[in-house]
Design a protein around this ligand. Structure first.
Ligand SMILES: Cc1cc2nc3c(=O)[nH]c(=O)nc-3n(C[C@H](O)[C@H](O)[C@H](O)COP(=O)(O)OP(=O)(O)OC[C@H]3O[C@@H](n4cnc5c(N)ncnc54)[C@H](O)[C@@H]3O)c2cc1C
Length: 461
């Protein structure tokens, strides 16, 4: 016999928990099905553990630089098991909080793997070995994505790490080879370099972080090289093998083929949607050619009553986007007459290398591709008094402004606390303020934010 719910949520990503409790709060009967652990990627394998470990890397970096500030320390050594334990403790506490909120919210949390059996029905194979049939008025898919596996002859026979398993290491790799120069590869690359590894990043594309403006990517490449990372651009792995306890990688780049030997290999070559686990065909739900579920700007799939939220629908894959997807769905379902949509949503994000890259809105490349009449303001972080006082003045600030209206279209802050600095630009964008407001605003001295006075006083290009 099928159990009937008002709503069933597949996967406990960043939208699922808050959506489940909002719906039960409105009197709905809700089941949330999670195959692994509550809180999804962000809490368990993504944002939370990585940023916790990156914090350890930054302490190691500052400790090594202590003498620059006139502080004497002894030898710096790394306790990887302590770093891992700190990470595990913070993940456990965040996950516990999410689980508690879901249970207190009267949601039926079912531990198991869900798949569709029809447009309004799912089957759950529970982790305790039962099979349950559920039907629902509304079904929400928040089942996320997982690391993809790069292809090269021999790679499949190696013990390689992905973004999840690398965080369980209890040793510092002697030489970490990384396939992929996206944000995951860079965050781990700099982290392990700071913990003492030799690190080589192999990036197929012309630049690191392919979606960023070339000047930003170039600046980041320079910073990471200065930190001692080796970076091979326009280079692909063509073969792999194990070499008596290590990894041998043949790579092909502009200078031809070369052999790399490392102690560990991290595959950081993107993520694939978990849609293949859901038997979408049984419900007739459409995906694109990469398996991302197609939705309209209210997050509705082609099947009435079925929604997709977060990474599984493609587009920007961030926690705050998944959470905003929840807000859109909640308002449209629970508030009479609401028609919220994803259209025109301003996208902020931060790459947690050090210095951070805070990004919001359009890049210069995107604005030029749209043929917009723009003015680009740019300034090195070495012009910022606060950054100099902190002796952390690497990076640059950049803002893209509509030449006609003076409104800020986007920006990139590659600098200390770049993510927080970016939010200042974002606030101006949300308020539709012209750049001149930031140019003339009175900011406290000496803060990083006062740098916007100076940025917008530069001659634009
Ligand atoms: C290393 C790393 C670092 C990251 N850092 C950041 C960051 O700093 N900032 C940021 O904004 N984002 C970051 N992200 C991305 C962020 O984690 C995701 O965008 C975010 O978790 C949103 O995902 P989601 O809500 O779509 O689902 P997810 O969080 O991926 O959760 C999906 C859940 O569905 C479950 N599931 C899948 N299939 C089924 C099924 N058939 N049945 C039942 N359950 C199922 C999974 O087990 C999982 O728990 C990072 C990701 C990674 C990998």
């Amino acid at each position: 016999m099928a159990e009937h719910y008002d709503a069933v949520i597949l996967g406990s990503g960043q939208a699922a928990g808050p959506l489940a409790t909002a719906l039960t709060g409105a009197g709905w009967k809700v089941a949330l099905i999670e195959q692994e652990h509550v809180g999804g990627t962000c809490i368990n394998e993504g944002c939370t553990p990585t940023k916790t470990m990156v914090a350890s890397g930054r302490v190691a970096y500052l400790a090594r630089r202590a003498a620059d500030y006139g502080v004497r320390t002894g030898d710096i050594s790394i306790d990887m098991t302590k770093i891992r334990q700190r990470k595990r403790d913070i993940v456990d506490s965040f996950r516990g909080g999410s689980e508690r909120r879901i249970k207190e919210g009267q949601v039926d949390l079912i531990n198991g793997r869900a798949s569709f059996t029809g447009p309004d029905s799912v089957e759950v194979r529970t982790n305790s070995g039962e099979t349950r049939q559920l039907t629902a008025r509304k079904i929400f898919i928040n089942a996320g994505a997982r690391p993809s596996t790069p292809q090269a002859p021999g790679l499949e026979n190696l013990t390689a790490f992905n973004s999840t398993s690398i965080m369980e290491l209890d040793v510092v790799p002697g030489h970490l080879l990384i396939l992929g120069g996206g944000y995951i590869g860079l965050e781990f690359g700099q982290l392990f370099r700071r913990l003492g590894s030799r690190v080589t990043i192999v990036q197929r594309g012309k630049q690191l972080l392919p979606k960023e403006d070339p000047d930003i990517a170039e600046e980041i490449t320079g910073i990471l090289k200065e930190d001692g990372l080796e970076i091979l651009l326009e280079t692909s792995a063509v073969a792999a093998r194990s070499t008596g306890g290590g990894i041998g990688l043949t790579v092909r780049g502009p200078a031809g083929e070369q052999e790399l030997t490392g102690s560990h290999l991290l595959e950081a070559a993107g993520r694939v949607p978990n849609s293949d686990t859901l038997n979408l065909a049984a419900a007739g739900i459409k995906t694109d050619s990469h398996g991302f579920i197609k939705v309209n700007d209210r997050l509705e799939t082609n099947v009435p009553g079925v929604y997709a939220l977060g990474d599984i629908k493609g587009g920007p894959a961030f926690t705050h986007i998944s959470y905003d997807d929840f807000r859109i769905v909640r308002e449209n379902l629970l508030q009479e007459g609401k028609q919220l949509s994803t259209a025109g949503r301003i996208l902020p994000y931060t790459v947690f290398i050090d210095p951070q890259l805070g990004r919001v809105g359009l890049s210069e490349t995107e604005a030029r591709a749209q043929d917009r009449d723009i003015a680009v303001y740019k300034m090195p972080m070495s012009y910022v008094a606060r950054a100099l006082e902190l002796d952390e003045s690497r990076g640059l600030m950049k803002a893209v402004v509509d030449a006609g209206s003076g409104q800020i279209l986007g920006g990139a802050i590659l600098g200390i606390e770049g993510g927080e600095m970016m939010a200042v630009l974002q606030m101006a964008m949300l308020g539709k303020l012209p750049y001149t407001v930031l140019k003339e605003a009175v900011f406290a001295h000496p803060t990083l934010a006062e740098a916007f006075n100076n940025l917008f006083s530069q001659t634009p290009s």
